[in-house]
Design a protein around this ligand. Structure first.
Ligand SMILES: Nc1ncnc2c1ncn2[C@@H]1O[C@H](COP(=O)(O)OP(=O)(O)OP(=O)(O)O)[C@@H](O)[C@H]1O
Ligand SMILES: [Mg+2]
Length: 383
């Protein structure tokens, strides 16, 4: 490879002299070589993303998978940091919000941040993908106990480092604060300029550049992963809630970090792009399988419910809401059906008798019910 991707400057931090790395602006020079392996992966990724779109169009209500997938990604992305919340924790919390644990708070922050960012990019009057938007996303991600001391929504004003207990033993020292804004505005510029590179490759380049700049005191990983998803949608590839990459990064964390390092140390953009594209192929493949399984499960249960001897219209209506809300309380059923307590209770009873809903907590006052078979499909890699 042998390409240079930046230069080092000496800086003083925490009483030590260290060499901080300043990445050159994107795109790489010479450009990313489309090796036969990369060409093949790009073709495969394009096909997989197309299939994933078809899988999501299969159902009348696209919220159907989105609901599930975005929650999966939120959990997986938050978990790299060591957050332990499971999908059941999240869904139970959403059905019956009392006090959120710090883990659940972080997952909810991710959901909130993604939701906010999507609204902005879809609204003609909203923020485009920009440094402003990135800061707003960070502010939302860092809400609550753990993030409060990490300057939520603000780029850092001090030198940071990655790995090691002090700057001198760090694995990597990102750009000094004085260089930060230049690096960031170059990145912003790259995201907006027209370019003949494949959008998937551009997103991969932007991700590494963002992590190398490491503009925040904490949460750079989560913002960087959310940015990947957002760019899928901005560049017209797919709804950002459909494709989740964090599982791939988590399964291959060691390699992920090594790839980040090799871009900086030996200019190996190709190695990273190959790793990242394999992740896109694997993740879309898994998402397609999951979408199909969810679809089949719902189809089968719908038939079962329609043929059930005690079925009633409110039960059928409630069933149609379950893919969007697979865990709910009886009070929520009242709201969803816009009906009375006894009618909602009857609908739930029918769904229990048909083997569709199961009670998940024993509490008497506000019992929680779950669509178990559906949840089992979703849970395969997050619990
Ligand atoms: N050697 C490295 N060079 C560049 N970036 C790295 C390196 N090692 C890790 N990173 C990036 O830094 C992120 C961690 O940074 P930070 O702690 O600010 O983010 P986070 O969201 O709190 O953590 P996490 O990604 O672990 O959830 C990693 O996810 C990865 O993207
Ligand atoms: Mg962190």
């Amino acid at each position: 490879m042998g390409r240079t991707t930046g230069h080092y400057v000496e800086t003083n931090t925490a009483g030590e002299k260290v060499r901080a790395f300043i990445p050159s602006p994107l795109p790489p020079v010479p450009p990313v070589e489309h090796t036969p392996a990369i060409q093949e992966l790009l073709a495969k990724a394009d096909t997989a993303i197309r299939e994933l779109k078809i899988a999501s169009d299969l159902v009348t209500n696209p919220d159907y998978f989105n609901y599930a997938f975005v929650r999966k990604e939120a959990i997986l992305s938050s978990r790299i940091e060591g957050v332990q919340a499971t999908l059941s924790d999240l869904l139970n919390f959403e059905a019956n919000p009392e006090h959120a644990s710090a883990d659940i708070q972080e997952v909810c922050n991710y959901l909130d941040a993604l939701h906010f960012a999507r609204k902005q990019i879809q609204d003609p009057k909203g923020l485009p993908v920009s440094l402003r938007l990135i800061k707003e996303v960070h502010k939302r991600l860092m809400r609550g106990v753990r993030g409060a001391s990490k300057q939520p929504g603000e780029f850092r004003e001090s030198q940071n480092w990655i790995g090691g207990t002090r700057p001198g033993t760090a694995r990597f020292v990102p750009p000094p604060p004085t260089e930060l804004m230049q690096c960031l505005s170059d990145l912003e510029h790259y995201l907006h300029e027209k370019d003949n590179e494949h959008p998937l490759v551009r997103i991969g380049l932007a991700h590494i550049q963002f992590e190398t700049i490491h503009p925040f005191l904490d949460g750079n990983g989560r913002v960087g992963r959310l940015l990947i998803a957002l760019l899928f949608e901005v560049f017209g590839l797919i709804d950002c809630r459909m494709l989740y990459l964090s599982l791939h990064f988590r399964r291959n964390q060691q390699e992920y970090y090594e790839r980040l390092d090799s871009v900086r140390t030996s200019g190996d953009w190709e190695g990273w792009i190959q790793f990242y594209l394999s992740g896109i192929c694997a993740s879309s493949g898994e998402a397609i399988t999951c979408a199909r399984e969810l679809f089949k499960t719902v189809e089968k249960d719908r038939r079962k419910l329609l043929g059930h001897k005690k079925t009633v219209v409110p039960a059928i209506r409630l069933f149609e809401e379950l893919p969007k809300q697979p865990v709910l309380t009886s009070n929520q059923a009242v709201v969803l059906l816009r009906t009375t307590k006894p009618t909602a209770a009857k609908a739930i009873d029918v769904l229990i008798e048909a083997g569709i809903l199961h009670e998940t907590t024993g509490g008497k006052r506000n019992r929680v019910f779950g669509y178990k078979k559906y949840l089992d499909v979703l849970k395969s890699d997050v619990d």
